[in-house]
Write a protein that binds this ligand. Structure first.
Ligand code: IMP
Length: 187
């Protein structure tokens, strides 16, 4: 029998706050990439729900202002972080991130930036594929935990140093389907 998972303690960001902010991010991105083709590059698995809502928010912004046409393409990468005695945090590409990205505008869509190691690795890998530009959109940012500097272009919410789940983020692969962000009490 698997051990019982801890319960989410409290709602940190409600469903309506998430949706309002994602609507704002979609409008900003639609303005910034007006009349261009953009590859939304989701980082599996944590970003999938944010990714889907953000992509539709970009379309909604176009409906409100048809001049802001953005031709969106979807791509995904999957990364794995592991502990290595020689490095503070090692990251490996498991799938995605192909030559197809050459000469494209890429917007990385992340669930959360914590130490920054994952994003730094991905950024360096993507540059080897010769894209035109790379920007970063993260739903959550925990700046107090940063170990390596990373540039973030669009941030949903800055959060304190606490472990959160929901809206794509997991603990032991659970809680991804909560429609809000909750603090998890680890016991
Ligand atoms: P970083 O390399 O430390 O920036 O780690 C980023 C990854 O760590 C995210 O994509 C998440 O998968 C995971 N992560 C960091 N903080 C949390 C959290 O509070 N809840 C769930 N996953 C987290």
């Amino acid at each position: 029998m698997p051990a019982t998972n801890p319960l989410p303690e409290s709602v940190l960001i409600s469903e309506s706050h998430l949706q309002n902010r994602i609507h704002e991010l979609g409008a900003q991105i639609a303005t910034d990439y007006e009349n261009q083709e953009l590859v939304l590059l989701g980082v599996l698995r944590g970003s999938v729900i944010f990714f889907a809502d953000l992509a539709r928010a970009i379309f909604s912004a176009q409906l409100e202002n048809p001049v802001k046409e953005v031709r969106l393409r979807f791509e995904f990468v999957q990364l794995m972080s592991y502990q290595d005695s020689t490095k503070p945090s090692a990251v490996e590409l498991i799938r995605g991130g192909t030559d197809y990205l050459e000469q494209r505008h890429i917007l990385i869509v992340e669930d959360i930036v914590d130490t920054g190691h994952t994003l730094k690795f991905l950024h360096e890998h993507l540059w080897t594929l010769k894209p035109k530009t790379i920007k970063v959109c993260t739903l959550l940012d925990k700046p107090s935990q940063r170990q390596v500097p990373v540039a973030i272009d669009y941030t949903g919410f800055e959060i304190p140093d606490t472990f959160v789940v929901g809206y794509g983020l997991d603990y032991a692969q659970q809680y991804r389907n909560l429609p809000y962000i909750a603090v998890l009490k680890l016991i």
